[in-house]
Design a protein around this ligand. Structure first.
Ligand code: SMG
Ligand code: MG
Length: 373
């Protein structure tokens, strides 16, 4: 496979409603896509970060820079680029996992399409459908929250995740538990908004039978998570803290978490995501697939990953309508609380030119074979 062209397409898609977390409020998905054209097929990927370094230290402008100046030149210099060979070519560059994930994923998509193989098959999927959870933002009032959760449950979502932060934690959880009963699969995500000094406060969440508390402390506070997990009955799940299979192995071995949220963009791509899945499976640690408000492009690829055997908990992969009035691909729709795993080659979705035209704000060429930059 030869890479002919790499374009970066900046997009801005309005969200159907603002999404507030302890990191801030998003009203749109402002990110970029990578479109890789090879002599055999084309591939797409979606940058998992934001315009600012709020969820992660990575952000769009620095990812673009590192792709253009460091990653794309290394990968396009490979004699036979393939997804499995890319990580080694990029390894002299430290960090920047989200940027690396983007390039590897676009090439992987192209490679799977060239072999007429669904990404799910390539990764080792064992399911055709994936149970859908939904992540519910911080609201102004409890009444608004209950209304929102009720609407999602009516649509069929099988698990509710509430975003929490100091001042919006015990009461919203109590209200949702009281309104929707003990059977509801309920969990919370703090996006690192607490410190170990809040342990007594967080312990109050134990009475609500939560499936997990996700990333209560700073991403680099492994010791804090180890201590906190001794104090809480609620299982701790790590998101931001886990950036590689090695970090997953360490966190599990040290008792910092009992569940892991795998986000391919955060960990450098689907191949590392699969390795984390394997490490977790070997330790009996359940995993699920996290989301970054992806459009249909990233969501299709996340569905392929979430179809692996160790993904035993519902993922943050919701229907298109939870995010956008119009998606960049055919809309993903809930069917009995599940989303279908794409079964066509590559990520199995087609980017709709008209929709892309409406939400693309600019395109930058990162590489064209035969033309000097
Ligand atoms: O894609 O449905 C989705 C969003 C899921 O809550 C979600 N993602 O920390 O897990 C997380 C957040 C990260 C994005 S908002 C800071
Ligand atoms: Mg999270």
């Amino acid at each position: 496979m030869k890479i002919e062209l790499i374009d970066l397409i900046e997009i801005r898609l309005p969200l159907v409603r603002p999404f507030r977390t302890s990191c801030g409020t998003d009203t749109e998905r402002h990110t970029f896509l990578l479109h890789v054209v090879t002599d055999a097929a084309e591939g797409w990927a979606e940058f998992g970060g934001d315009p600012g370094p709020v969820y992660s230290s990575e952000f769009a402008a620095n990812a673009e820079r590192v792709l253009r100046d460091h990653l794309v030149p290394r990968v396009t210099a490979l004699h036979r680029p393939s997804a499995a060979r890319i990580a080694a070519a990029m390894s002299p560059i430290k960090g920047h996992r989200m940027a690396k994930a983007l390039l590897e994923t676009a090439v992987l998509d192209a490679e799977c399409r060239a072999h007429a193989m669904p990404l799910a098959t390539y990764l080792g999927a064992v399911r055709d459908r994936v149970p859908a959870g939904v992540s519910v933002g911080i609201m102004d009032t409890i009444a608004e929250l209950l209304e929102s959760v009720s609407a999602y449950l009516e649509q069929g979502y099988v698990r509710i995740k509430l975003k929490i932060e100091p001042g919006w934690d015990i009461e919203p959880v109590r209200a949702v538990r009281r309104e929707f009963g003990d059977e509801l699969a309920l969990q919370v995500d703090a996006n690192a908004a607490y410190s170990l000094a809040d342990a007594e406060h967080l312990r109050r969440l134990d009475e609500f039978g939560l499936v997990q508390i996700e990333q209560p402390l700073d991403e680099d506070d492994l010791r804090g998570h180890i201590e906190l997990s001794k104090l809480l009955r609620t299982p701790i799940c790590l998101d931001e803290s886990i950036r590689s299979a090695r970090e997953a192995a360490a966190a599990i071995g040290l008792g910092a978490c009992r569940i892991i949220n795998i986000k391919p963009s955060r960990v450098g791509g689907y191949l590392e995501a699969r390795r984390i899945h394997d490490v977790c499976a070997a330790h009996g640690i359940p995993v699920w697939c996290g989301g970054m408000l992806e459009t249909g492009i990233g969501r299709a690829q996340n569905l392929a990953l979430a179809a692996l055997p160790g993904f035993v908990l519902p993922s943050d992969i919701s229907a298109s309508s939870r995010y956008y009035t119009e998606d960049l691909t055919d809309a993903f729709q809930l069917d009995n609380g599940c989303l279908p795993v794409p079964d066509q080659p590559g990520s199995g979705v087609t980017v709709l030119p008209a929709a892309l035209g409406r939400y693309a704000v600019s395109t930058r060429k990162l590489y064209e074979r035969g033309s000097a930059r």
